[in-house]
Design a protein. Sequence first.
Length: 115
Amino acid sequence: MTNQETIFSKIIRREIPADIVYEDDLALAFRDVHPQAPIHILVIPKQPITKLADATPEDHALMGHLLLTVKRVAEQAGLSNGYRVVINNGSDGGQTVDHLHLHILGGRHMKWPPG
């Protein structure tokens, strides 16, 4: 867990605008402002966790909730042909915001390997 202020903290508190597509008590989902696919949505926990590597056994239920939220949001977005879920972890993993977030990428065929 972190107390570091991030852009995602401000989105959670509605201090800066975001195109929010889903919210519940534990998670928030919104469209990425720099989309890498026709549909690019971020799912974040409201509880600030800096990165996946910082999650603890106490975060077990929250981590499962985030994946089920990805499933729900992808269904709502109409991604019935499939989608990719990406979690960047740390600077070498491409993480640019120090708040755990899951990318939902869809609306086109994904190539492999990524990056």
